[in-house]
Design a protein around this ligand. Structure first.
Ligand code: SF4
Length: 369
């Protein structure tokens, strides 16, 4: 869960906010060099270009989770992403490694849509209705506490890059799954596995009730009513408009998009898959991509060299506000502090939480080797 107290306390010195880009970059370059192999800087694909530029590794949630074990020599991991990613890194990192998040206000609105208290209420009701036949499956975009709850109940963590494999495994364990917090990834994955929409119910955490279409006992998937504020912005109308403008365009979207958008798209997949599809495009091809703005902008620039034309599926879409909170000022500040021997913004997951949450992460990694 986002540490609001730490956020309130954290105001970086004004000199960093006022510094110009060249000075901030010089600080980052100098301090990174001083720290050498003691530091590893990981950045999510949705980070801005001027952050990605400094990263030792760039990836989506699954790729970065897998890469942590590669950097055993690093004493500190600076995670340029959002809070739940830094928590995951802390749980997968070695005991003595520290994970730092440059700005503590970089949370994820989707992860915050499912708290442990809400999950306990939902679980009690679902267990009463379905009598032990449900397995909890949590998207990696969830708090460590939610993952720990899922681990205690035999469940697993999933990312958009391995959802099909992991959810298939979950169905070998129990007749139904509770998928949280992203209803869209849950629905799109289950649909891909052949489960009809009428066998999917929705758990509403605000009203604490379950809605479904037909027979309660036929339900195979209980979706949590959560969503990504970035990916839920894409609509079927945007797909239709793109096709009208460019009849030969290929539309590719992230599975956090609504079912009707995924249905109209030519292909869909994790961030890593969308990047692969863009790189596979041939000269003269045109793609409309439904995902985060920073990534699409980067692909636009990179693919222009190959004369592949990349469009935002929704040119008016808002970027992920919290991802963008990681900026040069915060990165320069945290590095200056680290070199001065002051560890700022360390993300530490409690041992008891890690013990259970890690079970779900280890299971996921084992299933997607
Ligand atoms: S893009 Fe969506 S899921 Fe990713 S951090 Fe932003 S709000 Fe969360």
């Amino acid at each position: 869960m986002l540490d609001l107290k730490a956020f309130e306390k954290q105001v970086i010195p004004v000199m960093y906010d006022k510094a110009d880009t060249a000075d901030l970059k010089e600080i980052i370059r100098r301090q990174k060099k001083k720290l050498g192999e003691k530091l590893v800087l990981l950045a999510h694909h949705y980070q801005k270009d001027d952050i990605v530029e400094w990263a030792d590794e760039v990836g989506d949630s699954l790729e970065l989770a897998k890469k942590i074990s590669k950097y055993k020599q690093a004493e500190t991991i600076i995670f340029c992403g959002v809070h739940f990613m830094a928590e995951t890194a802390d749980m997968l990192a070695g005991k003595t490694q520290k994970v730092l998040l440059p700005d503590m206000s970089a949370g994820c609105s989707m992860a915050d849509m499912a708290s442990v208290a809400q999950l306990q209420v939902a679980w009690k009701k679902l267990e009463a209705l379905f009598d032990g036949t449900t397995l909890p499956v949590t998207y990696i975009n969830s708090t460590a506490e939610v993952k720990a709850f899922v681990g205690k109940h035999g469940g697993v963590t999933v990312t958009s890059g391995n959802a099909k494999e992991v959810v298939s495994w979950a169905f070998t364990k129990k007749r139904r799954i509770l998928f949280l917090p992203d209803q869209h990834l849950g629905r799109n994955t289950a649909y891909l596995l052949g489960i009809p929409l009428k066998q999917m119910a929705m758990w509403h955490p605000a009203t604490k009730d379950l809605s479904y279409e037909e027979n309660l006992q036929d339900i195979r998937v209980i979706l949590w009513e959560g969503f990504c504020s970035v990916h839920q912005q894409f609509t079927p109308l945007q797909v239709e408009r793109m096709r009208k403008l460019f009849p030969d365009i290929k539309v590719i979207v992230h599975p956090e998009c609504r079912r009707d958008v995924v249905d109209l798209a030519d292909d869909f997949g994790s961030t890593a898959k969308l990047i692969k599809l863009a790189y596979k495009a041939k000269s003269g091809e045109r793609l409309a991509i439904g995902t985060d703005n920073n990534l699409v902008e980067r692909l636009q620039k990179e693919m222009a060299k190959k004369e592949v034309f990349i469009h935002f599926l929704n040119p008016m879409a808002c970027a992920c506000l919290t991802m963008n909170r990681i900026d040069l000022a915060h990165l320069a500040w945290i590095l200056d502090e680290l070199v001065a021997g002051r560890v700022q913004n360390q993300i530490t997951v409690l041992d008891e939480t890690t013990k259970w949450a890690k079970l779900t992460l280890d299971k996921m990694l084992e299933l997607t080797k």
